[in-house]
Design a protein around this ligand. Structure first.
Ligand SMILES: Nc1ncnc2c1ncn2[C@@H]1O[C@H](COP(=O)(O)OP(=O)(O)OP(=O)(O)O)[C@@H](O)[C@H]1O
Ligand SMILES: [Mg+2]
Length: 239
């Protein structure tokens, strides 16, 4: 699909997150060389491309972790790239969820407290936060594992706990950078199936970096990045 067609198709859908004219340089390296991207409500977007092409830089820029040198990032029409660090980190905690390659769970806390942690950071009392956190365990196939510590979980279970933690705050957008990078094929497929379906059911959009075309195929759209630019774009029709 051409860039023109992409723009037309987006007009009828409400855009949750957008980046326009994004540039980012590290010394002589252009990690982002002018990227435009829009993510619609409940839509999942996969970002693919060779190592060093700028995928993580793009994801972190859209997520307000990296500030672009040029261009704009908008969340529901409001620029977030110009916010001060305190407001930006509060916005990241409330409106975004994150899943990384290695779940980055706190090893000393039971699974349910790992999921409850973002809620407690928002000021929700511990008991209430844990009660809300527990609701995510059954939909993610984790019932009965609430008290386990991360070291007592398989890689796939730990990633599903990380997904629960990302969704617990009921974010607008979930960001995932190589969420299946450390898992075998079958486990990875199950994790992606849950990540895409539960995120959609929850009403959030998903932006995911992956090297794996089978993983990307679970998303509504795939963006290919090369040398900091979008090299191609495809749209799937997901029922
Ligand atoms: N903090 C940094 N300092 C210097 N250069 C950086 C930094 N972060 C990224 N880069 C460079 O910017 C380019 C894009 O990096 P990025 O991490 O976005 O790539 P990627 O597509 O995510 O790669 P991979 O698939 O290996 O994770 C690379 O050339 C990288 O070396
Ligand atoms: Mg990367």
């Amino acid at each position: 699909m051409s860039a023109g067609a992409e723009r037309t198709s987006q007009i009828t859908m409400s855009t949750v997150l957008a980046g326009y004219g994004l540039t980012k340089k590290y010394g002589p390296t252009s990690a982002l060389a002018g990227v435009d991207v829009e993510v619609a409500e409940r839509q999942s977007l996969a970002i693919m491309g060779p190592s060093g092409s700028g995928k993580s830089t793009l994801l972190h820029t859209l997520a307000g972790i990296i500030r672009p040198d040029g261009g704009q990032v908008l969340l529901r029409g409001e620029r977030i790239d110009v916010l001060g660090e305190n407001r930006l980190s509060a916005l990241r905690r409330k409106r975004f969820g994150f899943v990384f390659q290695f779940g980055q769970l706190l090893p000393e806390l039971p699974a349910e407290e790992n999921v409850a942690l973002p809620l407690m950071l928002e000021g929700i009392p511990r008991r209430k936060a844990v009660a809300r956190a527990r609701r995510w365990f059954a939909p993610l196939g984790l019932a009965g594992l609430e008290q386990r510590r991360p070291g007592q979980l398989s890689g796939g279970q730990a990633q599903r706990v990380a997904i629960a933690r990302a969704l617990a705050v009921e974010p607008d957008v979930v960001f995932a950078d190589e969420p299946t990078g450390a898992l075998d094929q079958a486990t990875g497929t199950e994790v992606i199936r849950l990540l895409t379906s539960v995120t959609r059911e929850q009403g959030a959009s998903l932006v995911m970096v992956t090297h794996d075309a089978d993983v990307a195929a679970h998303c509504d759209r795939v963006l290919h990045v090369r040398d900091g630019r979008i090299s191609s774009h495809s749209q799937y029709t997901v029922a």
